[in-house]
Write a protein that binds this ligand. Sequence first.
Ligand SMILES: Cc1cc2nc3c(=O)[nH]c(=O)nc-3n(C[C@H](O)[C@H](O)[C@H](O)COP(=O)(O)OP(=O)(O)OC[C@H]3O[C@@H](n4cnc5c(N)ncnc54)[C@H](O)[C@@H]3O)c2cc1C
Length: 393
Amino acid sequence: MVNKTYQVAIVGGGMVGAALACMLADKNVNVVLIDAGDPMATWPDDSYDLRVSALTLSSINLFKSLGIWDDIVEIGEQAVEKMFVWDHFGGGELDIDSADAGEPQMGSVVENRITVLALWKKLQSLECCDLLTSTTLDDYQADDNGVEIALSNGKQLNASLLVGADGSNSKIRQISGIENYGWEYQQKALVATVKPEKSHQNTAWQRFLPEGPLALLPIRDGLISIVWTSTTETTEANLKLDETSFCDALAEASEQQLGNFELLGARGAFPLKLQFSPEYTQQRMVLIGDAIHTIHPLAGQGANLGLTDAIALAEVVLQANEKGRDIASQQVLRRYERQRKGDNLLMMGLMDGFKRLYGADDTLVPIARNMGMGIVNSSMLIKNQICKYAMGL
Ligand SMILES: Cc1cc2nc3c(=O)[nH]c(=O)nc-3n(C[C@H](O)[C@H](O)[C@H](O)COP(=O)(O)OP(=O)(O)OC[C@H]3O[C@@H](n4cnc5c(N)ncnc54)[C@H](O)[C@@H]3O)c2cc1C
C-alpha cells in the first residue's frame, strides 16, 4: 500500500541530495529526502569530521542563495586565500594568491557534516519537505504514471521523479542497471586532523610526492585537515604508526612547511577510484553527484561537481513545474544530462591526467613537470586563470 505521494523523492541526503531538496522545496515543489544515516545527529564540540571539502566560490554562492551560508560560517568554516603547490622532484613550485585575481578568497574548507547539517536544518523549516532518516531504499519500480519506492521501514512511497543522490555505491544505479565504468587507483587517501606548529596562513598546501599528493587544508580553529594519498600498502603502514611516528612522518613529507604536528583524534582512509556512468537517467529516475561520477580528490572537486549537477537538475525541474509540464519526462531529464555530461567528463579527465603526470617518475617527466610549474608560476595571467578555475568561476 502506498503511504504518501510526492513530486520528487530524493534518496541520499549528503551535500548534493540535500542541496537539491532545498532548491526544490524552497520553490514549493513537494519533496521527500531519505537518508540511511542521521545527518542531524549532534557531535562533541572538540571533535572534527574527517571528511572535509574545499568549496569553490560558486558552491558558496549556492549556499548563500539558500540562506544557509551564515549558519555554516557560524558553526565553522575556514576561508582559503592562497594555494601553495610544490613537487618532491626539483624546485618546481606554484603559489597563487586570490588577491592577485581581485578576490578576497578562493573558496572555503568546511567539514562535510557542517554543510549537511545546515542544509537539513533549512529543510526542516520548509513545509514542502519531508525528511526520513535511518531509512534506505530497498527497491523501486517506474512506469508512465510514477515511481513506486519500497523503503527499509516497510513503507511505500509514490513520486513523479526519483533522484539517486546515494553516493558512489548508488543502490539506485545498481537497480536501474545503468552501466558504471572506471578503475581503482590502487591508492588510498589517509585523512586526519592535525594541529600545526606554525600558522596555516589561510593557505591550502599541496606537495606532490612519488606515491601521490599530500594536501594540507586549513580548517577552523587554526587546524589542518590532511588528505595524504599513497599506495594502499603505505597508507596501511601509516595508519598503524604510533602518534609520534605518524606526526614525524607527516612533518617530513610536508618538508616542515608548517613545522611539527600534533594528531587530534582518529585517522581514516578512503580507497580511491575513478568511476563514471555514461547514462544519467532512465524512466522517471535520474542520478546526480557521486552516484554518476567519482573522481580523484587531488583538486578537491567532487562535491563541487555534484553541487553543479544539483543546480542544473533543479533548474530544469523548476522550469517544467512552472509551465505545468511533467517534471520527470525524458525531455526534461535529458536536458539536465546534456548540460552536465561534458563538464563532468572534462573534470574527470583533468584529474586523472594530473594524477598520472605527478605519479610518473621516469627521467623526463619530472623535469618537464618542474619546467612547466616554473613557467606557470612566472605568468600572472595563467595563475589568475588557475585561480578563477579553482574558485569555480
Ligand atoms: C579523501 C577525500 C577528500 C575529498 N575532498 C574533497 C574536496 O576538498 N572538495 C570536493 O569538492 N570534494 C571532495 N571530495 C569528494 C566529495 O567528498 C564527494 O564528491 C561528495 O561527498 C559527494 O557527495 P554526494 O552527496 O554525491 O555523496 P555522499 O556524500 O556519498 O552522500 C551520499 C548519501 O547517501 C546516503 N545513502 C547511500 N545509500 C543510501 C540508500 N540506499 N538509501 C538511503 N540513503 C543512502 C548516505 O548515507 C549519504 O548520506 C573528497 C573525497 C575524498 C574521498
